[in-house]
Design a protein around this ligand. Structure first.
Ligand SMILES: Cc1cc2nc3c(=O)[nH]c(=O)nc-3n(C[C@H](O)[C@H](O)[C@H](O)COP(=O)(O)OP(=O)(O)OC[C@H]3O[C@@H](n4cnc5c(N)ncnc54)[C@H](O)[C@@H]3O)c2cc1C
Length: 319
């Protein structure tokens, strides 16, 4: 396979919108890679409405937004390779990728747009003590992928505790309910619900116990499965029986493949450092979407992908 003019790493809203804008501006040779088994990024797994605001005329569900971004690329000649991971990035730019179609390969595009998104802080990132069961410790992403990929939950799993009260925490409740699981409680160290107040009122109306100014002090297990969480509020501990605990939010920009390379990382956001046009400090390398600043909504990430693509197109035409 020949080297592309532009390599886009990540086929979420930012990467796909960037690809569409590049083709609209006449850039002909674009390769989009994604390590996942299909394109669409995080929205693929979020079946609720509210995606694409500010980018689409009418917002859609997560999978609907992903489908419309892909639809815009039909017939454009953009090459899309899934199951293909960027493993490192160096000056040039040179990008080492690995995947079933390319094998282990070094690509030398004229420009690279990084759009690798974010991931959530899991139990390990949050240093939550206690037992370490194999079953029942999740993140929102894992919960949503389990549901979207129709993987059955372990028999007997019924009640969850959600850690966090951000928008995404309520998205986790929505997914859990659709999977037939009940959320028993939400726990947050903050003194108020981090999402919109009505989200908290609704959750309480559904019988969810919201514990604020509280933290998960330990996870307890039985037969290698989550059996309870210990909640600490103002120095007092209480045990809540549950079958699973879902850690939500705590966003970490997905910079694993570049963190030890020559590219600068913004110490405040943990994402790639860029100027306002998405230029990184490595010539020919740009960045868009949540990997720059967690967590923006999908429509904002797509709009940013589009505007970074405009910068890349004009940089290529002036070469
Ligand atoms: C549970 C949840 C609910 C949400 N609800 C809403 C909502 O209601 N409305 C809304 O607007 N937004 C919502 N969002 C936010 C929205 O999903 C994000 O803003 C959006 O997906 C960010 O787009 P992105 O392209 O930056 O990154 P992503 O969508 O995260 O895409 C990044 C892609 O990069 C790929 N990738 C990562 N590393 C590599 C690598 N090394 N090599 C190759 N590929 C790589 C990943 O596989 C992924 O497909 C929600 C997010 C979550 C998690």
């Amino acid at each position: 396979m020949r080297d592309p003019d532009v390599l886009i790493v990540g086929a979420g809203p930012a990467g796909l919108a960037a690809a569409a804008e590049l083709t609209r501006r006449g850039v002909g040779d674009i390769l989009v890679i994604d390590r996942d088994d299909a394109a669409g990024g995080l929205p693929r797994f979020c079946a609720h409405p509210g995606f694409g605001i500010g980018y689409l005329a009418v917002p859609r569900s997560g999978p609907g937004f992903a489908a419309s971004l892909l639809h815009a690329l039909e017939g454009s000649g953009v090459r899309l390779l899934c199951g293909t991971t960027m493993v490192s990035l160096d000056a040039g730019p040179t990008v080492t990728v690995t995947g079933p179609e390319l094998g282990h390969r070094v690509l030398r595009p004229k420009a690279v747009i990084l759009a690798t998104g974010i991931r959530e802080a899991n139990r390990g990132n949050r240093l939550v003590p206690g037992e370490r069961p194999a079953v029942g410790v999740l993140t929102t992403g894992l919960l949503q992928q389990t549901v979207a990929r129709k993987v059955p939950f372990p028999a007997g799993m019924k009640e969850l505790v959600v850690v966090g009260t951000e928008h995404v925490s309520f998205s986790a409740i929505w997914t859990a309910r659709h999977a037939g699981l009940r959320v028993r409680a939400m726990v947050d160290e903050r003194a108020a619900v981090a999402s919109f107040a009505p989200a908290g009122w609704m959750a309480r109306a559904f019988g969810i116990d919201i514990r604020l100014s509280s933290r998960v002090a330990a996870i307890r297990a039985r037969d290698n499965r989550v059996a309870a969480v210990e909640i600490e509020t103002g120095g007092r501990r209480e045990t809540l029986a549950c079958d699973g605990v879902v850690f939500t939010a705590g966003w970490i920009p997905e910079v694993a493949a570049i963190a030890t390379g020559p590219i600068g990382i913004d110490r405040t956001t943990g994402g790639v450092a860029t100027d306002e046009n998405g230029r990184t400090d490595l010539a020919g390398v740009f960045a868009a979407g949540n990997m720059r600043h967690p967590l923006k909504a999908s429509g904002s990430c797509a709009r940013q992908g589009r505007s970074v693509a405009a910068t890349v197109a004009s940089a290529l035409s002036s070469r």
